[in-house]
Write a protein that binds this ligand. Sequence first.
Ligand SMILES: [Zn+2]
Length: 83
Amino acid sequence: MQDQNIKCHDCGNAVGQNEKRTEYDFGKQTYIKCELCHAKDPVLRNFQPTEVYSRVVGYIRPVSQWNLGKKSEYADRKEYAVS
Ligand SMILES: [Zn+2]
């Protein structure tokens, strides 16, 4: 029954017990890819949280350590390229 909640790491679709899948073991963590996603890209990418740094009140700090108000403001920020 525990297989019911297994999801593909890339597409997020549920992977049934009888479906073909690829398992990636990293220490305590196991990641699953469905057959389609494995055919597209057999390499597991972006499988651990990334520490994002940005500027807040004049300092470059990890966004995960910002307070709720500043995190909310960070979510409203838009990226742009200066031409
Ligand atoms: Zn998939």
